[in-house]
Design a protein around this ligand. Structure first.
Ligand SMILES: *Cc1c(COP(=O)(O)O)cnc(C)c1O
Length: 347
């Protein structure tokens, strides 16, 4: 960071984060809960998230890329880090030097890992999401018994819905488990934890709900929000009736309106879907977004808070389920898009 005070903040509640992990761990019955910390801890900061969950007792951390594993390898023992997106030949020396654990996703990767000396690994079985992993029809091409498999994983496609696909995937996973020789089994993400003990096995892999996302209805009973957004008012002025605001003049003031422009925009992840729909807050007073969200700026109606001045801070509404319903963006998109210009402050 520089000496300059950033004009936008993410205030992060470390206690809510660990409380969410503990709640998901408890709801995983006899399984342990791990943590998905890919995409920079879903945008909140992988190192800070991982260190807090390590202290809370979490022992399995999932990232997508090898670079993400390297970025947390000084706060988490590498043997506790699993890399979901698999391996390629030229990376193997670096993978072995780092010591994080690969998730093998194809018969070719299984053969490559074995040929390069083997060692502890995980295997992704694709039980029906048909995205990444060894398909049921490919399992016979893999000599899994030749590997030291810690985790056999699979990933649910529709765990956030009451879909017949859930039990179909669970049954197929269950059938293939015995032949794998794996020490541990893992199927459930955040939403999957709520599908019941049949889905828990040895390890669950929550991501979204650690960070305050409500993966299935009812989880708001025990999941707490983690991130709060605030932005500084850069300008305050009063616009005459009939004045338009922002790109393409999508908002025209009906009456004289006190407006403020705050330092946040779509480059920070506050996407144009909030144009004319989002809100900021000053205490309990709601301040509606007027017109288009720009790259670095948003204009809000501050008529209801005449005490606001240039330099003051306002909270930007970003409750994940509410913002998702408002904009049509998924809770995952909303949180992982939060940009690099925020000062991230852990409390
Ligand atoms: C991202 C991811 C998770 C976490 O999923 P959430 O829905 O965020 O809880 C778990 N497993 C795999 C394989 C993933 O890619």
């Amino acid at each position: 960071m520089t000496d300059f005070e950033p004009p936008l903040r993410l205030t992060l509640d470390g206690e809510a984060l660990t409380s969410n992990w503990q709640a998901l761990n408890t709801r995983s019955s006899s399984a342990q809960a791990g943590a998905a910390v890919k995409a920079n801890g879903y945008g909140l900061g992988a190192r800070e998230v991982a260190a807090r969950l390590r202290d809370a007792g979490c022992r399995d951390f999932f990232v997508a890329h090898w670079g993400e594993a390297a970025a947390i390898a000084d706060v988490i023992p590498p043997a506790w880090i699993s890399v979901l997106n698999g391996i390629q030949a030229q990376d193997i020396p670096h993978i072995r030097a780092l010591g994080a654990v690969p998730v093998l996703n194809t018969p070719e990767q299984v053969a490559m890992w074995h040929a390069s000396g083997g060692g502890r690994c995980h295997v992704m079985f694709d039980s029906g999401i048909n995205r990444l992993g060894i398909g049921a029809e490919q399992m016979s091409q893999c000599d899994l018994r030749s590997l030291d498999i810690d985790l056999l994983l699979s990933h649910l496609a529709s765990a956030d819905e009451d879909s017949a696909q859930n039990s179909a995937q669970q049954r197929l996973f269950h059938e293939r488990v015995a032949a794998s020789g794996a020490k541990r089994l893992s199927l459930a993400n955040s939403a999957g934890i709520m599908l019941g003990t049949d889905y828990h096995y040895d390890l669950t892999r929550p991501g979204l709900s650690l960070y305050g996302g409500i993966a299935r209805p009812g989880m708001d009973a025990f999941i707490k929000p983690v991130a709060r957004l605030s932005a500084r008012l850069l300008q305050v002025r009063t616009l005459a009736a009939g004045t338009s605001i922002g790109y393409n003049a999508t908002h025209v003031c009906r009456d004289e309106t006190a407006v403020g422009t705050i330092s946040i925009g779509y480059a920070d992840g506050y996407l144009r879907a909030f144009s004319g729909k989002g809100h900021a807050h000053h205490g309990a007073v709601a301040l509606p977004v007027l017109g288009r969200v720009s790259m670095d700026l948003v204009t809000i109606d501050i008529s209801a808070a005449p005490e606001l001045r240039e330099g003051d801070w306002v909270d930007v509404d970003y409750d994940l389920p509410t913002a998702s319903a408002l904009t049509g963006l998924s809770q995952y998109e909303l949180i992982t898009n939060l940009g690099t210009r925020f000062e991230r402050i852990w409390r």
